[in-house]
Design a binder for this molecule. Structure first.
Ligand SMILES: NC(=O)c1ccc[n+]([C@@H]2O[C@H](COP(=O)([O-])OP(=O)(O)OC[C@H]3O[C@@H](n4cnc5c(N)ncnc54)[C@H](OP(=O)(O)O)[C@@H]3O)[C@@H](O)[C@H]2O)c1
Length: 300
């Protein structure tokens, strides 16, 4: 009989809580850690074991899943003791949105200790994470992938293999977030144009999603941008800004001009400057509305 994997899950934010819950539901032996302990309570009630540090959550030779905010946080978790403890035969499944270079550096850092590394960033907001409906792109050593896939299957509706260079999974994720952000920005601009010509924003949004823009990403964002209000925070604007910077850095390293990415980075930066970092990233629509002379608060 195959051995039951010991899985440590670190990073129980908006995404991590649902993802970890689905690993528990799949019957994996799960130990969790989060910088803020309170976010682990629901998982502990559901049967997860709590560890007081990321390193304590790890079983030598087991699996470490990270879903923390950014490159710095992943490095702090791994190099702050969890990576050393994972050791020979262990697997780090790195699911945050981070720079391709960070992934490649982590692969090398782990390889020096006999540990495998697979990058597996995801698409889908927290509701999709909770419903095991994420889409995953993963890359890393082929020999480590069967172990990774067992977990990815429990957390997603589909996982796509992008080869052996882990950075490539992160590049695909950044390209995808670039596309989503351009859709958010273009929806903001189109809705403002419609509104200033007397068209009702919500009617326009319904029309879009019923016709040629009948795709999940438009369904997610058209209603929020029509209302200029997100009922729930799915992805914080400050993390969206992190991704716009990662996209610009990645483009610069590869000498790929991306004028839209520069515009988006500034759009996110101006929203941060206005104190909107903790809002949902769709709320860049407020800055777009203000520029068009539209009062985002009117009608609410
Ligand atoms: N939300 C989405 O729709 C979405 C979709 C796809 C991918 N992502 C990516 O998934 C990752 C997590 O996103 P999220 O939305 O779940 O973010 P979040 O709700 O802000 O959670 C961030 C997590 O990282 C932890 N953290 C932050 N800095 C840390 C540090 N220095 N050391 C240890 N832990 C640290 C936080 O701990 P505390 O609880 O103590 O703050 C929390 O557990 C990000 O890379 C994001 O870009 C998000």
């Amino acid at each position: 009989m195959a051995r039951k994997e010991a899985v440590a899950f670190v990073g129980l934010g908006l995404m991590g809580q649902g993802m970890a819950a689905n690993l528990l539901k799949a019957g994996l032996a799960l130990t969790v850690h989060n910088r803020t302990e309170a976010k682990a309570r629901a998982l502990m009630h559901a049967g997860a074991r709590w560890a007081g540090s990321a390193a304590d959550a790890v079983t030598p030779g087991g699996i470490l899943v990270t879903m923390v905010a950014d490159d710095r946080a992943v490095n702090e978790v791994v190099k702050g003791g969890a990576g050393e403890r994972l050791g020979a035969g262990g697997l780090h499944l790195s699911m945050s949105t981070i720079a391709p270079e960070t992934s490649r550096e982590l692969r090398d850092w782990h390889a020096a200790r006999g540990t495998h590394y697979v990058a597996a960033p995801v698409f889908g907001r927290p509701a999709a994470a909770a419903a095991a409906k994420l889409w995953v792109m993963y890359a890393g050593e082929d020999s480590a992938k069967p172990r990774a896939r067992e977990l990815l299957t429990a957390m997603s509706q589909g996982a796509f293999d992008f080869g052996t260079d882990p950075g490539q999974a992160n590049v695909v994720k950044l390209c995808g977030n670039f596309l989503i952000a351009t859709i958010i920005e273009s929806l903001c601009e189109a809705m403002n144009l419609a509104q200033k010509n007397g068209v009702d924003r919500e009617t326009f949004g319904d029309f879009l999603t019923a016709t040629v823009f009948n795709t999940p990403v438009f369904h997610s964002y058209a209603p929020i941008i029509a209302a200029m209000h997100a009922e729930q925070i799915g992805f914080e604007l400050k993390l969206g800004y992190k991704d716009m910077k990662l996209i610009r850095d990645c483009a610069e390293r590869a000498a790929v001009p991306m004028p839209f990415a520069s515009v988006l980075r500034d759009r996110f930066l101006s929203s941060l400057a206005k104190g909107r970092g903790d809002m949902d990233w769709s709320q860049i629509c407020l800055a777009a509305a203000e520029e068009a002379g539209i009062d985002p608060g009117a009608g609410r």
